[in-house]
Write a protein that binds this ligand. Sequence first.
Ligand SMILES: C[S@@+](CC[C@H](N)C(=O)[O-])C[C@H]1O[C@@H](n2cnc3c(N)ncnc32)[C@H](O)[C@@H]1O
Length: 370
Amino acid sequence: MEPPESRSGIAARADFSIIRYAQCWEDADVLLEALDIHPGDRCFSVGSGGDNTLSMLVCAPAEVLAVDLSPAQVACIELKAAGFRVLPHAALLELAGITASTRRDDLYQQVRSALSSASRRYWDANLAVLERGLASAGKFETYFALFRRWILPLIHSRARVARLCDPRSVAERRAFYRDDWNTWRWRALFRIFFSRRIMGYLGRDPAFFDYVRGDVAAPLLCRAEHGLTDLDPSRNPYLQWIVLGRFRTALPHVWRPENFERIRNHVDRLRVEQASVETALGAAADGSFDRFNMSDIFEYISEAATEGVFDAIVRSGRRGGRVAYWNMLAPRRRPPRLAARLRPLEPLSRRLHDQAMTIFYSAFFVDELV
Ligand SMILES: C[S@@+](CC[C@H](N)C(=O)[O-])C[C@H]1O[C@@H](n2cnc3c(N)ncnc32)[C@H](O)[C@@H]1O
């Protein structure tokens, strides 16, 4: 039986007062290629850790509206945006917990006045989180840290884990996976740690699995093999963070030095709202947005609520616009009755899904508003 759904049903079923995602775990390069944002576009974006929303500013849109129902996530987005406004690139990476720092308190004092009063109050009360390193602070990042500190050492030596991220050809990666990595311990402990129960309690929230059916670990193990063989770990920042706890030879789009000025130049075009997607889209005028980054929020809500959000997208979107969204464990698509309004860009979706460095999603969709 499906749980009861309210306008923001997930807000009543899970705790949104904590930081869940200190980083964005959806490949930003894939998102940007999918959305193909043009200068002057108006964009809607599920906020999360803020990284991908900030990356969207690289394309000089007229506006990016970031929406998240969690005050903690809004505080993360605003802190990073304030960092872009006020700090040079190296200091921004320190403040965000991407690189080591002994002066995060000082850096916070520099950006503090660029925050909204609610986010200022949040960070004043949670300065210790910043000092320890924001990028590791979310529940999801803590889950990966548990895997890295307690499970991975039971499977492979530190030297072998470090070698995983060395540059190799596809053939060499397949041989490394077959001969060195894919042991019975890897398969067994992976299946336990990434099971529905452990992931629900330690990584996400049991409520996020309300609409997930079947075994979750087995498909994730297949995706892991794809990520370690077809894709190149030496170019995968997300995988590096999971297994090494730092970015060794690759950075997510938002932190790359070459993107810094272009994001900073447009950071005033970012608007952040603490609201549910349902409320924010419901309040938007017809034809308000050209681009929608919907993250994987459909996974958290029922099929009926998903249909309601797609109706709102079709109403508030403009012709020629694009909608991008991920499925992780629950299959979610735009309803068939909207086929005439939202055309799936199938070859593009499939290609981008295959190349996504965030390997734990089962599908990625790009639909065009027609
Ligand atoms: C859907 S979660 C997924 C995170 C993503 N997979 C990642 O790792 O980057 C992203 C954000 O959506 C927010 N969220 C979930 N459901 C929402 C809703 N109905 N309205 C607004 N925000 C929502 C959560 O607070 C979270 O910060």
